[in-house]
Every structure is written in C-alpha cells, then in structure tokens.
Design a protein around this ligand. Structure first.
Ligand SMILES: [Zn+2]
Length: 473
C-alpha cells in the first residue's frame, strides 16, 4: 500500500462491474420480472462440471417427472399412453423413450390444444412462434420457468466463450434474435444489460461503415449474431483497413457457420469465434467452448437422441436426426420432438473438463445468401422474417423464396383461408425494402412446397452466381 500522505486516496468500488451485474443487477432483474435466471445460472455453472453419470442421473430424474406430468395433465399424452398400454413407470430413463413415437410439428398442428397441460393456468401461458430452420411458422406455448432456464442456458453458453454477466455486447441479427415487438421492460433490460442491437437488414456499404463506427465507439467485449451478417461486416472491415474492432470473442448462432466465415471473422476482429446451436421449441442449447472440439450439449435442459431414418440410434460420428425432449416445458410438453435438424454426435470428451457431452457438428441447417446486382451478398434469413409478421403468420401456412436471377424472385406460398392479395402486397413491400424496387417479385400459390431430392425443404434457394457465393462465404 502506498503510505505517502501526499498521494490522493483512490476509492475503489466494492464490487467490480461484472460482480455487480451478476450478484445485484441480475437478481433485481429477476425480482422485477418474476423470473429465476440468477438462481438457475448458478446451478448451471456448477452442473457443467459434474461427471457424465451425475448429469445422466439428473436428466433421468427430470424426465421421470415430466413423463408423470404429461400423463396426468396433458390430454394428448394421457390418451397416447392408454393407446400404447403404457404407464408413466414404463419410462424411467432416456433409453425407455423408444417406447413412445416421434413427434412432429404436423402432429402438434393437428390439435395443439391437446398438448397444453390442464393444470397450468391459461393466463400464465406465454405464446411463442418460430420459423426455425424448416422455415414454416410454428406456434406453441411455454411458461415462465422455460423463459428463465432458456436465458440462463444462453448466459452459460456465452460463458464458454469467456463472457461474464455485465460484459457489453453487440448483437447483429434479424428478428429471431432482435424481435421488434418486445415489451418495454425487455427494451430497458437490453439497455441495462449493455447490449447494442444492430439490425442485419440491408447491410449496404453506408450502413456497414456506420455500424463499424458505432462498434468502435461502443468497444464491446463480445459480438454475437447471424454468422452471415457478421462475416459481411468483417469482410467490409478487412477491405477498408478498419482494424479497431477487437472484442474478446464473437458468438454466432441461428445459421450454419461455414469455415470461411469463421476465418474471416476471426481475421478481421482478431479473436476466436464461438458457434452456438439452438432450437428453442425443442429446448436445445449447445455451444462451443474455447477448445472448439464440438458443441457442448445442455443435457440439463433436454434429452437428445440422434436417430437414423429408421428411428435407430446412430453411432458416434454418424449423422442423425436430432430428436429432443424438453425437460422444462410443462405448459406444452413435447416428448421425442423432431424439429427437423440433423447433427453428428460424438463420444469424444472435451479437454476443458466439462461433463456435458459433445455434438460434433450440425449438418441440417443452411441459410442461403441472396446476391444483389452489385455483387453484394445478403443473408437470406432476414428476408424470411416477414413471414413472422402480424396477419402473415396465420395467412401463410408455408413458404419458400427462390432467387431465379439477380433481379427476379419467386415466392412460393401455401395459403390459409385468411390469405388475401393484401398479404402478397405486404410481403412484396417488405422484400422491396431490402432488395430495392427494381427487384421483380412473383407469387406462386401452391398446395405444397416442393422438396429437394434429399426430401429436405429449403426456405430459400438462390440460383444465382453460386460459385461466387460459395467462394465469398
Ligand atoms: Zn469443452
């Protein structure tokens, strides 16, 4: 200690900003919002280091509880168990789940009310929609516990990249990460949680310059968002010699991260890229740690099965359908839910020491890039956000955007009874907002969206300049 009396005393805060944010701000946030994020995060920060068998035991315990709840309170499952002559005691572990059929979005769409638990007050149901990787809008309900565990899981996943609550962060994304119609409280939370939201729409040269200046001024510890958008920003920074963006890490999600995107982001911003994978309707959350050996699966949140086309488990290193059982959504339980994603599990363990198993890679998600007349590439995902807007959600049952030529787009639509020409006009205006009015946009009303040879459905197909597209991304 400096004892020189002439040296002015410097007062140091009792708590560091991160400790304050974690120990004071987050619990206050919970108290105001009636959430439980802080406590759940504390538990998750401990459980990530548990031994694999302890995590399995925890998972099976939650599974038994969910199964009992579903049989007792959820009409669909009550009837299903009766039909199959099963009782809740027949499903004790993950391995027993094979006794139940795979659940698809179509199954749920047929009678969504039958999946809602009867003992959950209707007023506490929280409405969610997702277009997910399949692109088709899907509506479901969760309760407040799901919101808390999802947020806590997200914060833990960011923690794998070194993030601490209170760190400032830039989010560059579309509506799946930056919803427009959020309550005032969420906007305030964004403000206080040191989050600078930047829309990934219309990333032209002027906007990229403006964003880079904003980011330099904000000096974030982390940047997160759609990999295609961050890669465009990174390329722009490299091309213009802008070298002052130096976050501790970049976290990517919502689209498949390509190797070249990872390289360009890492090179422009001088940091590691941490990819994350989520499927919110399935309760999926998987994130890379600093070892980059795959994605740590959050087994406390959901049961993962990786199955071949015949429903048999695939071996370590083989590609399989990701089947999820969310262990937290008691409002509308989905057991053995196929959200349409595929991935490769692995038996390898991670040198970081976490007991959470690894998902080697995601194989079933691709979001195409749109090519503009000047050669600029735009991420496709934001363009499909229009299908989550207002009346369009119910008027359009299914959709697909095809870029035939630089200035020519075809929108395939499967309509519901509430569809009208005004809906097409609204979609057209939205697309023109991003593409410019020179773009010709045609609509095709179809009975069904065609699938690829591999029977996969693609929400966006770009037929233009694919070679350059791949090279650039
Ligand atoms: Zn690890």
């Amino acid at each position: 200690m400096d004892m020189n009396p002439s040296t002015p005393l410097r007062t140091r805060p009792l708590l560091s900003p991160n400790t304050f944010a974690r120990r004071v701000w987050l619990p206050i946030n919970d108290f105001i919002a009636g959430s439980d994020i802080s406590r759940q995060l504390t538990l998750l920060e401990q459980s990530q280091w548990w031994k694999t068998e302890d995590l399995q035991e925890y998972q099976n315990k939650r599974l038994r509880s969910l199964i009992h709840h579903a049989f007792t309170h959820v009409p669909y499952y009550h009837d299903l168990f009766r039909t199959l002559d099963l009782s809740p005691s027949d499903i004790k572990t993950k391995e027993d789940l094979v006794k139940l059929p795979i659940l698809t979005k179509e199954d749920i769409r047929k009678s969504p009310q039958r999946f809602i638990a009867k003992n959950i007050p209707r007023t506490s149901l929280i409405h969610e929609t997702t277009s997910g990787s399949s692109g088709k809008v899907f509506e479901y309900f969760v309760d407040k516990n799901v919101e808390s565990i999802s947020r806590a899981m997200g914060l833990r996943g960011w923690g794998f990249a070194g993030y601490r609550v209170g760190d400032n962060i830039v989010t560059l994304a579309g509506s799946s990460l930056l919803p427009k119609n959020v309550p005032l409280y969420t906007k305030i939370r964004f403000k206080f949680s040191q989050n600078l939201p930047l829309s990934s729409y219309n990333l032209n040269k002027e906007r990229l310059d403006e964003y880079l200046q904003q980011i330099i001024k904000f000096n974030p510890r982390f940047i997160r968002g759609y990999p295609s958008s961050i890669a465009i920003l990174a390329r722009h920074a490299l091309e213009h010699g802008i070298d002052e963006v130096n976050p501790k890490g970049v976290m990517t999600t919502a689209e498949t991260l390509s190797k070249s995107q990872r390289e360009i982001i890492s090179s422009a911003f001088h940091c590691d890229v941490f990819d994350q994978f989520g499927c919110i309707d399935g309760g999926e959350n998987a994130s890379e740690c600093d070892q980059h050996r795959g994605y740590h699966i959050s087994v406390e949140r959901s049961v993962h099965e990786f199955l071949d086309d015949n429903g048999c488990p695939v071996a370590s290193g083989e590609n399989g359908h990701i089947i999820l059982t969310d262990l937290w959504n008691y409002a509308m339980p989905f057991i053995r839910y196929n959200a349409g994603d595929m991935g490769v599990p692995t038996d390898r363990t991670c040198p970081c020491g976490r007991g959470l198993p690894l998902l080697e890679r995601i194989t079933g998600r691709t979001v195409e890039q749109i090519v503009l007349p000047d050669g600029q590439r735009l991420p496709g995902l934001p363009l499909t956000d229009v299908f989550e807007h207002g009346n369009i959600v119910t008027a359009v049952l299914d959709y697909q955007i095809i870029q035939e030529n630089v200035d020519e787009f075809v929108v395939n639509i499967v309509k519901s009874d509430s569809y009208s020409p005004a809906i097409s006009k609204e979609i057209q205006e939205f697309m023109w907002g991003h593409l410019g009015r020179h773009a010709e946009i045609r609509f095709n009303i179809l009975d069904e969206i065609p699938r690829t040879d591999a029977n996969k459905r693609r929400i966006l197909i770009c037929k233009v300049n694919n070679v350059k597209n791949q090279k650039g991304n």
